[in-house]
Design a protein around this ligand. Structure first.
Ligand code: SF4
Ligand code: SF4
Length: 285
């Protein structure tokens, strides 16, 4: 039976946080835009319900989805479908957590990001403890600017040791990190080095466009978030016919949500079924 990893990004483009570097900081969608996003998300849920493949889903919204009840309800519903192996979302974890009591624990997980300028470490760690109490799987991390490495270490020290703490590399300045910095960050995130580079991907075999693909709010399917070519539409095509083994057409791939699907890195083995929520198999509780 086929297994698909699907990254869904709908129309939502707003966030309750105000990170200075982010285009969605403190932005709002109108009521009509949110209703439209909710309807399209529900269309996607209905499509998933009708499939026979095994499906894992990562929501990668522009902004924050989990402060919206319709996202909470969609994820809860998806987590209970027998053929949905995983439903996850990238979130700042500012939402309440009590609704998660209704999710199916084996197939629900969170990719959480700590934003040191928006919430205190203590408050964020308390939220993580709520997830622990609810027995929710999650990873946690943030961009490791050099001046924030000590915060990363404090985060690591404060979080349940069985949870994976990842660090994203700041890559806009070439050679930003010294080898000493990398070795230090690897004591928190043993997989950090993968994230420090733009992996040479041109012509290399990648699961994107074959067993992994993205879906947008219109139902359009693309190989990944980094290639614009539309392969088909889940509502108007039999999408299985549009998915074939592919080689990357981009020069490089530098984001976890992309390069984990690059065959030569063999990261499916490292993350196993925690690949979408970024939890290596050795960290699963
Ligand atoms: S929490 Fe994420 S989406 Fe929201 S402003 Fe910060 S970086 Fe942007
Ligand atoms: S290597 Fe990255 S950019 Fe290339 S197809 Fe795979 S996910 Fe997309």
């Amino acid at each position: 039976m086929n297994h698909w990893s699907i990254l869904y990004r709908g129309l939502l483009s707003s966030c309750n946080y105000g990170c200075t570097y982010c285009p969605f900081a403190k932005t709002k969608n109108t009521r009509a835009e949110l209703a439209d996003d909710a309807q399209r998300l529900q269309n996607f849920v209905q499509w998933v319900k009708g499939r026979s493949e095994q499906i894992s889903i990562l929501f990668t919204p522009w902004g924050e989805g989990l402060i919206r009840k319709y996202y909470q309800e969609a994820m809860t519903e998806l987590s209970h479908l027998p053929h949905v192996k995983k439903v996850s979302i990238q979130t700042n974890l500012s939402c309440t957590t009590n609704w998660m009591d209704a999710v199916h624990r084996d197939s629900f997980a969170l990719w959480t990001t700590f934003h040191p300028t928006q919430i205190s470490l203590e408050k964020f760690v308390n939220k993580c403890k709520q997830l622990d109490a609810l027995n929710i799987q999650y990873s946690v991390g943030f961009v490791a600017f050099k001046e924030d490495i000590d915060i990363l270490e404090r985060l690591r020290a404060s979080i349940n040791p069985n949870r994976y703490v990842w660090a994203n590399a700041y890559k806009r300045i070439p050679n930003y990190y010294t080898e000493e910095d990398i070795l230090r960050i690897e004591r928190t995130d043993p997989l950090f080095r993968y994230n420090t580079m733009h992996h040479q991907s041109l012509g290399k075999s990648c699961q994107a466009g074959y067993t992994s693909f993205t879906v947008d709010g219109n139902g359009d399917v693309r190989s990944c978030h980094f290639i614009d070519t539309v392969l088909g539409n889940i509502y108007t095509h039999e999408i299985r016919d549009c998915l074939t083994p592919k080689s990357c057409i981009n020069a490089t791939c530098g984001c976890h949500i992309g390069y984990v699907h690059l065959d030569e890195l063999n990261l499916y083995h490292t993350y196993a079924d925690g690949i979408l929520e970024r939890i290596p198999s050795t960290y699963r509780e």
